[in-house]
Each structure stands twice: as structure tokens, then as C-alpha cells.
Design a binder for this molecule. Structure first.
Ligand SMILES: CC(C)(COP(=O)(O)OP(=O)(O)OC[C@H]1O[C@@H](n2cnc3c(N)ncnc32)[C@H](O)[C@@H]1OP(=O)(O)O)[C@@H](O)C(=O)NCCC(=O)NCCS
Length: 168
């Protein structure tokens, strides 16, 4: 599928619900029953609230992938990427702020066709144009396909998050 990558704004957030929920389903499939996960309504409300806050205050960038040929008369996004601009902490000197890819989702029917890579390239271009020198991305340990994609695009393992239950 041919897509056009454009920058998005807070006005585009409402149109991302289906893609966010598909990513949530994918995370559920990948992790199984291992960790408690939010239900779809709860998850999207929280997510949309965060997106609107970050985009409104200028601490995030949004990129949308829309089909160049309308599908059934619509050019709804088939993928998106949201990247936060985070202040550099006291340990690593990543410049005043670095990019953190918070969300990357491509609709199930469009996966494997280069759209995720194109979204990452567009984000990288914009970060570089802003003078940002580093970017990071968090990924579930079990999401091996995504890790392969990110390593191919130049990311290397950095920090590692561990999670444990305290109630058993
Ligand atoms: C990960 C994802 C954004 C990549 O977008 P994409 O458009 O499918 O990626 P591209 O076509 O540019 O690149 C294909 C590569 O993506 C990776 N990939 C990850 N998940 C994939 C999937 N479900 N289907 C196909 N490729 C996938 C593979 O490394 C693949 O390369 P390969 O040829 O080595 O198998 C997309 O597959 C997706 O939305 N997956 C489900 C949600 C998810 O895992 N999001 C990432 C959260 S960190």
C-alpha cells in the first residue's frame, strides 16, 4: 500500500483510537496473561489524554501514514508514530532533549509493507532538523519482530526494565 507521511496535530488524536487498540491487542497477544492489562476503553481514554497534553504543550511529535489512494472513500491513517521530546537526565548526555518513540502502530492489514520504517524515517528526519542528537524506543521483551526492525534501523539495547508482582 502506498502511503503519504504527514505531521499530525492534537486534532488528529481522535482518529487514532482503532490503531491504538490494535496495538493493545498485539501487546496482549505477545505477553499472554503474564501481566495485567487495561481494557480498551480505559486504555484509550488514558492514551488520548496523554497525547493531547503532550501535543498541546509541544513535548511530542505525531506522524501519520495515510493511503495515497483512498480506501473505500476514506484516507484514515493506516499507521502512526508518536514521539515524546524528553529532557536529558543527569547520567547520559543526550543533549537538552532526546526523542522517545512512545507509540508506533500499523494496522494489521498493512504490516510488513514498509510503513513502520517510513514513519520512523520521517521522525528521525524531523528530530535531526530540530538538532536532537539521540532517540530511544521501548519495546516489550517478547516483541521479537519489532526488536529486529529497530535494530535494523540502528537502535541498540540500552536500559532494561524489569517488572515483578508484589502481591504473591
Ligand atoms: C512493529 C510495526 C509498527 C512495524 O511496522 P511495519 O509497517 O509492519 O514494518 P515494516 O514493514 O517497515 O518493517 C517490517 C519489519 O517490521 C517488523 N515487524 C514487527 N512486527 C511485525 C508484524 N506484525 N508484521 C510484520 N512485520 C513486523 C519485522 O522486523 C519486519 O521485518 P522482517 O522482514 O525482518 O520480518 C507493526 O508491525 C505493528 O504495528 N505491529 C504491532 C504493534 C507493535 O508491535 N508496535 C510496536 C510497539 S514497540
Amino acid at each position: 500500500m502506498d502511503v503519504e507521511i504527514t505531521a499530525g496535530t492534537v486534532d488528529d488524536v481522535a482518529g487514532l483510537e482503532t490503531l491504538w487498540l490494535a496495538m493493545l491487542d498485539h501487546h496482549r497477544e505477545v505477553t499472554g496473561e503474564r501481566w495485567p492489562m487495561r481494557g480498551p476503553g480505559d486504555s484509550w481514554d488514558l492514551c488520548a489524554g496523554q497525547y493531547r497534553t503532550w501535543l498541546g504543550e509541544g513535548s511530542a511529535l505525531l506522524f501519520l501514514a495515510r493511503p495515497t489512494a483512498p480506501e473505500g472513500g476514506t484516507r484514515e491513517p493506516v499507521g502512526y508514530l508518536l514521539c515524546q521530546l524528553l529532557p536529558s537526565g543527569p547520567t547520559f548526555d543526550l543533549g537538552p532533549s532526546h526523542g522517545e518513540v512512545h507509540s508506533l502502530a500499523v494496522s494489521g492489514r498493512a504490516r510488513g509493507g514498509g510503513i513502520g520504517s517510513a514513519l520512523l524515517r520521517a521522525c528521525k528526519r524531523e528530530l535531526r532538523a530540530r538538532g536532537v542528537t539521540h532517540w530511544s524506543i521501548g519495546v516489550l521483551e517478547d516483541n521479537r519482530d519489532a526488536v529486529r526492525l529497530y535494530e535494523r534501523l540502528g537502535f541498540s539495547p540500552w536500559t532494561r526494565h524489569l517488572l515483578a508482582r508484589l502481591d504473591e
